[in-house]
Design a protein around this ligand. Structure first.
Ligand SMILES: [Mg+2]
Length: 322
């Protein structure tokens, strides 16, 4: 049974550059220190947002550290500092390795369509019903086929290539978008075929039910597509199915809830967790982008209505295929 103790001694080196105020608090109470100093700026690898060291009756200390960073290099350095044989590195795709070149169809466009995008002041932007596409996932699939992605930072591919550990690419995208996803990974010099946890000619496609929702997930050529399922739960499931065990996982993702889910799952499994919340790509949606998105939606609708009447009819009647 995992028993989190919130001990600090193993992390003193990492936190030693925090403010004097925080240092003073450390001498008073380690728990207070963690809570009170977890909300400041955290852009350096030696400056974790959250730290806890739990204990597992089987393997002793369990590390659970989360950092906020704008540079993939930080996570790669961490991975290279750990044992390569027993440490798995997990990267998200959207807004972590790759990012959209256009707003329409981008990760933040998706959030905007769902009514949870933020403007440049951090305020939620209400999305009008008339601004929403009829079949969100059908539209997303079309855009993934049309659009290109670019690296989130210039040295992205070189950094990923410098990882000598086993690597899993873990994306919330649906397997229905695999062709476009693999094409854009390849275009950006990313190929994880030789990193696959299965034999090169073996892929996994299966249904997984969690909290009443069933998703069709797939793991092929090192890329695990989990259709919005809990990434932590899905990673543990993949490791079990492929017969792999690791003592540590380094995970990089732009979404806080994915970091949280992964941390929780790994803690329950007694696996050390080094989470990197990657914040380089801005999530702010501008008024210009909203105008652009509305124009793109109208143009795509016009294309479908004019030249692909049957599909247009399906979508206009919300008979969604994805
Ligand atoms: Mg992402």
């Amino acid at each position: 049974m995992l028993k989190t103790l919130y001990l600090l001694q193993a992390n003193v080196i990492r936190i030693k550059r925090k403010s004097l105020t925080c240092a003073a608090m450390l001498s008073i109470s380690s728990t207070v220190f963690l809570t009170g100093c977890a909300t400041g700026q955290h852009d350096r690898i030696d400056d974790p947002v959250h730290v806890s060291v739990g204990q597992n009756e089987f393997s002793g200390e369990i590390v659970n550290e989360v950092y906020s960073t704008t540079d993939l290099h930080d996570a790669v350095v961490q991975a290279n500092s750990l044992d390569a044989q027993t440490t798995l590195v997990v990267f998200d795709i959207d807004d972590t390795l790759l990012t959209a070149t256009e707003f329409f169809g981008s990760d933040k466009w998706y959030d905007w369509q769902r009514g949870r995008a933020l403007n440049e002041s951090g305020v939620v932007i209400p999305t009008r019903e008339t601004e929403k596409v009829n079949c969100l996932f059908d539209t997303l699939g079309m855009v993934f086929e049309i659009a290109t992605n670019k690296p989130t930072q210039p040295d992205m591919a070189n950094l990923v290539h410098s990882v000598s550990n086993d690597v899993v690419i873990l994306t919330a995208r649906s397997g229905a978008y695999r062709a476009g996803t693999m094409r854009e990974l390849a275009r950006n010099d990313l190929d994880f075929t030789d990193k696959s946890l299965t034999s090169p000619d073996v892929g996994l496609h299966y249904d997984y039910t969690l909290d009443g929702r069933t998703a069709r997930v797939s793991y092929v050529d090192g890329v695990f597509m989990v259709q919005g399922m809990n990434k932590g739960v899905m990673l543990l499931d993949l490791l079990e199915r492929t017969g792999h065990e690791y003592s540590s996982v380094v995970f990089v993702d732009d979404k806080q809830h994915n970091i949280d889910n992964m941390g929780d799952a790994l803690k329950s499994a007694g696996i050390n967790f080094y989470g990197y919340h990657y914040t380089r790509i801005s999530k702010a949606v501008t008024p210009e982008e909203v105008v652009q998105a509305n124009a793109s939606r109208a143009a795509l609708g016009e294309l479908l209505n004019t030249h692909f009447e049957d599909r247009a009819e399906h979508i206009n009647h919300r008979q969604c295929d994805y």
